[in-house]
Design a protein around this ligand. Structure first.
Ligand code: FEO
Length: 400
């Protein structure tokens, strides 16, 4: 049966949820599922804003058919061509052969690359700033390249002042009936997942996100409809402020994320001792992760949140333990900046880990390595405590 909800008098949410998918993009764990949003505007003309993933095609078509209630579909606006939002274009064209697919030049390039059906009679190509009247509603298209792919555009509905923001402002996590953020306990249920989504999916493109925010986020916007997660109709500045920070690579909070790569527990012990000493000095709300245990998307998300990080790793195969190496290279690839970092290394012979971690972190923008890295040989010994205390003191001084 259909499952729809009004977001305003003549605009309906016609999306759905997937709680079965194990990993988003076959990479990021989804403990709370994910939702795929699509919205249908009824006016003199009808317009569907994006489609959804194949996982919920059946429900989606039922939703669209129900809301149209026998009317034809005039437009299908494609704000983003990633297949989690485009899987149903062909089905829509089959059912509504007169529909015009609205997108920019790159939109149609990507549709052609992913899919194999004839949509040549359905193309309505638009450029940045173009508008399309549906009657009372007026759509304005604004390109937002690299938020998250190069073809991305935002669509602003000028009458009700609704921003259809593609992936921007999205989050992992399915919707539980409440489709508006103000109906949810957003801070506790969605915020961590919104940050994990941002950092891992869009984090690399901070400058492009900032350009798009400048273009579209004014006081006049009354509602934000992302392709994933709840609709924002109240307190929009809350999520816009988060995006300002995240896209500027500014920490949200002073605090420390400690990440270790440990084979036999000795690096784990050292990192625990460091955290203990920092806690005794008064540092609050620290996070410790075993790089082999926790999916990197969670670690990356917390590093995005906090001001400081400590990386502790063993040497492996005369290089860096690969869980730590891949985490650091991913942080670099995501363009993480402006963090203070402490390094802890270990080896049983020919220790290399501090040198390699130093090289990777130093090659990132505006990253400061605090104090002298601390090193152990196989395990930490009592006679190293004075040196460790110096490392902890230097690190603590950088937090105060
Ligand atoms: Fe939800 Fe970039 O796709």
């Amino acid at each position: 049966m259909h499952c729809v909800q009004k977001i305003s008098e003549n605009i309906y949410w016609v999306g759905g949820n997937d709680r079965r998918l194990e990993r988003f993009e076959n990479m990021f764990p989804l403990p709370n599922g994910v939702c795929y949003n699509s919205f249908l505007i009824l006016d003199e003309k009808t317009a569907l804003m994006d489609s959804v993933d194949t996982a919920i095609s059946r429900l989606f078509i039922e939703n669209v058919t129900h809301v149209l209630n026998g009317r034809d579909l005039d437009y299908l606006v494609i704000n983003h061509t990633e297949p989690d939002h485009c899987a149903n274009i062909e089905e829509i064209v089959k059912r509504y052969p007169n529909v015009k697919i609205v997108g920019n030049k790159k939109t149609f390039q990507f549709i052609g690359q992913f899919y194999d059906f004839d949509y040549s009679k359905n193309v309505l190509e638009v450029n940045d700033g173009d508008t399309l009247s549906l009657g009372k509603h007026n759509l304005k298209f604004m390109t937002a390249p690299m938020v998250h792919w190069p073809e991305v555009m935002f669509t602003y509905e000028e009458t009700e002042k609704i921003l259809f923001s593609a992936d921007a402002f999205g989050t992992f996590g399915a919707l539980a009936g409440n489709i508006f953020s103000d109906e949810t306990d957003y801070e506790h249920f969605y915020l961590e997942e919104a940050r994990r989504y941002y950092a891992n999916i869009v984090g690399k493109y901070g400058q492009q996100v900032r350009n798009a925010l400048k273009k579209v986020c004014s006081d006049e916007v009354k509602m934000i409809c992302s392709l994933h997660g709840p609709v924002w109709r109240e307190n929009l500045s809350y999520i816009i402020d988060k995006y300002e920070k995240w896209s500027g690579y500014e920490p949200e909070k002073s605090g420390v994320v400690l990440v270790y790569a440990s084979m036999y527990g000795n690096m784990e012990n050292t990192v625990n001792v460091i955290a203990n000493k920092l806690a005794i000095k008064g540092v609050k709300d620290m996070r410790i992760y075993d790089v082999s245990k926790t999916h990197p998307s969670y670690i990356i998300s917390d590093i995005w949140k906090y001001s400081h990080a400590i990386f502790g790793s063993v040497t492996y195969n005369m290089g860096l333990y690969y869980g730590m190496e891949s985490l650091l290279y991913e942080l670099k690839a995501l363009n993480l900046q402006n963090r203070k970092v402490g390094l802890v290394g270990s080896g049983t012979w020919a220790s290399q880990s501090v040198r390699i971690m130093n090289e990777i972190v130093s090659s990132m923008k505006n990253m400061e390595i605090v104090g002298t890295p601390f090193e152990i040989t196989s395990s930490m010994k009592q006679n190293q405590e004075e040196t460790l205390d110096k490392f902890v003191e230097e690190f603590y001084n950088s937090i105060k």
